[in-house]
Design a protein. Structure first.
Length: 221
């Protein structure tokens, strides 16, 4: 959980000790740089405190965040049409060669843990679709900031309003108004692309019910 001194990945820690031992030699540390685009055919990534957004785009160039992968998950999808995996919050991760990951999928316990996570990720993406259709921007922004916070352990994030607008698929002035309201309520501070969560509990109350529905499902709480 945020604030913990130990960086771990919940998919890896959910594996039986015997499986963790088997894969330990295949894991390598990798720093995820902000705005770095990952490759679906490249290494599998287990974030420790970085967050990867799965951006779904249209052929016309519009895009929106469909889901995010942090320390609760693994970026192992081999292909998704018109989806760009981009690092949203920089941080540490462990990576594994795709060939090693595919070999591990022969292990029933490894497969059970990773497929369980992918079901949760699908649930997250469906919740996001619902959120975009029905919830107001202020609530969505609060929800999204909490998702980033929980997956990165970081209460301060470097996010321009243009960037947040692109993530939430709204106009920049709408983000300015929504962020201003959250600031007026003393839930966040926001200056020159530096967004800090000041009151986590208050932000939870400001978020739409998607936060309770999908955020905690992913974290297993
Ligand atoms: Zn929502």
């Amino acid at each position: 959980m945020p604030g913990s001194a130990v960086r771990t990945n919940l998919v890896l820690s959910a594996l039986p000790a015997s499986v963790r031992q088997t894969i330990a030699a295949d894991l390598r540390p990798r720093y995820l740089h902000q705005h770095e685009t990952l490759d679906f055919t490249g290494d599998v990534v287990f974030p420790l405190d970085g967050v990867i957004s799965l951006m779904k785009g249209t052929p016309g160039g519009l895009s929106v965040e469909a889901a995010a992968v942090g320390y609760e998950g693994v970026f192992a999808l081999s292909a998704l049409e018109d989806v760009t995996p981009i690092v949203q919050v920089p941080g540490e991760s462990l990576t594994m060669a795709r060939s090693a990951y595919e070999r591990q999928l022969d292990n029933r316990e490894f497969r059970a843990v990773t497929s369980g996570y992918h079901e949760a990720l699908l649930n997250f993406a469906m919740q996001t679709a619902l959120c975009q259709a029905f919830h107001i921007i202020e609530e969505r922004l609060a929800y999204w900031l909490l998702v980033m916070y929980e997956r990165s352990y970081k209460s301060t994030m470097y996010l321009t309003q243009e960037f947040i607008a692109a993530i939430l698929a709204v106009q920049r002035p709408s983000v300015t108004i929504a962020a201003g309201r959250l600031e007026d309520r003393k839930l966040i501070s926001n200056a020159r692309g530096r967004v800090t969560i000041v009151d986590v509990v208050g932000l939870e109350h400001a978020a739409c019910d998607c936060y309770a529905a999908s955020g905690h499902v992913l974290l297993g709480a």
